[in-house]
Ligand binder design. Structure first.
Ligand SMILES: O=C(O)CCC(=O)C(=O)O
Ligand SMILES: [Fe+2]
Length: 346
């Protein structure tokens, strides 16, 4: 959203974070008020200055994560016909399989962008029987999932992952609330019928050299409130751009998640927090032909009818509210329309 240069001049001197911190959040989940406040303050600083953090001590079921990686890998390594059978239905219908596209993620940032060297599968809410999912306005955001027949456990494990990571997402929103000086439960009723997406991503081994400028994932920002990413330890990984303009590797810590802020959260916080640029680089050529990579992203999108307007604690004397109120769903529709325009201009 805002460029690092904008954010740097708005808020910071030179002593800003130049790497992604690793934060143990268990004192927030289980500690005393003072321990909770210490984690929350660190998270506020991190979200202002780099927009990315690596969290340990989150208590997530890592066996479920491993299982989902394994089932996903079998799907991606399986036959093309099985993938085509669950192809997503169109540019605004995300659920299902996405093959390598026509242009990369960086196209929406106005860059020339050859296709990203990846494919992915997107899952939304798995049980749409509750009333908030059944209104006419909700339909656009809550489509039925498409499930492949093979691997047989795909739907069960993918659905279990969606439910479990949604619970961690809600806990992190509580941590964010405290970090912003809000009551802990401030976001709860804004995410109780969220339209989040789990994206299981596969970056194949590279048998031929990438085109000039072609990456596993081009430089971009995420759109939602927060992203929870589980990467595998493979060469050719995630990088984030610091406020000083350097690309730095996001450290890989076994069993940890990478958390980052999306554009909606930057807007919600009146640009106090940074939705930062990141990308996935190619593996070194010596190992590229034998180095596939996987990651699993959870994009937390609040309720489609949540009002995104300047959070009260983010209005300061020298920072009046910058953006008009907008519904989270409308915001995403505007975003998708802008991206469609940017990518068809190429
Ligand atoms: O695979 C990764 O490490 C990051 C993927 C990503 O940034 C995205 O899909 O938005
Ligand atoms: Fe991303």
């Amino acid at each position: 959203m805002a460029t690092p240069e904008d954010a740097a001049s708005a808020h910071h001197g030179p002593a800003t974070l130049d790497r992604v911190p690793i934060v143990d959040i268990s004192p927030f989940l289980h500690g005393s008020p003072a321990e909770r406040a210490a984690v929350a303050d660190l998270v506020d600083r991190t979200n202002r200055e780099i927009g990315f953090l690596v969290i340990t001590g989150h208590g997530f079921d890592l066996e479920l994560l491993d299982r989902w990686f394994e089932i996903s890998r079998r799907f991606f390594e399986g036959p093309g016909s099985a993938k085509r059978a669950v192809m997503h239905a169109g540019p605004t219908a995300h659920h299902g399989y996405h093959g390598q596209g026509l242009s990369g993620l960086a196209a929406k940032e106005g860059e020339e962008a050859p296709p990203d060297l990846r494919e992915y599968f997107m899952i939304g809410q798995t049980d749409l029987s509750a009333a908030p999912f059944r209104t006419p306005e909700a339909g656009r955001f809550h489509r039925p999932n498409l499930w492949p027949d093979e691997p047989a456990e795909f739907a069960a494990v993918g659905g279990a992952y969606y439910a479990a990571i949604s619970r961690l997402g809600a806990e992190l929103m509580r941590l964010f609330a405290v970090s912003l000086g809000l009551p802990e439960h401030w976001f709860d009723d804004k995410i109780d019928h969220h339209f989040s997406i789990v994206s299981s991503i596969y970056y194949p081994e590279q048998k031929t050299a990438p085109l000039p400028g072609q990456l596993r994932a081009g430089a971009h920002t995420d759109y939602g409130s927060l992203t929870i990413l589980a990467p595998t330890a493979a060469p050719g990984g995630l990088q984030v751009r610091t406020l000083q303009g350097e690309w730095v590797d996001v450290p890989h810590v076994p069993g940890a998640f990478v958390i980052n802020i999306g554009d909606m959260m930057q807007r919600w916080t009146n640009d106090r927090w940074l939705s930062n640029m990141h990308r996935v680089v190619n593996p070194p050529s010596a190992v590229a032909a034998t180095s596939p990579r996987q990651s699993i992203a959870f994009f937390l999108h609040p309720n489609h009818d949540a009002v995104i307007e300047c959070i009260p604690t983010c209005i300061e004397q020298n920072a009046p509210a910058k953006y008009p109120a907008i519904l989270a769903g409308e915001y995403m529709i505007e975003k998708e329309a802008a991206i469609a325009t940017a990518t068809t201009k190429k």
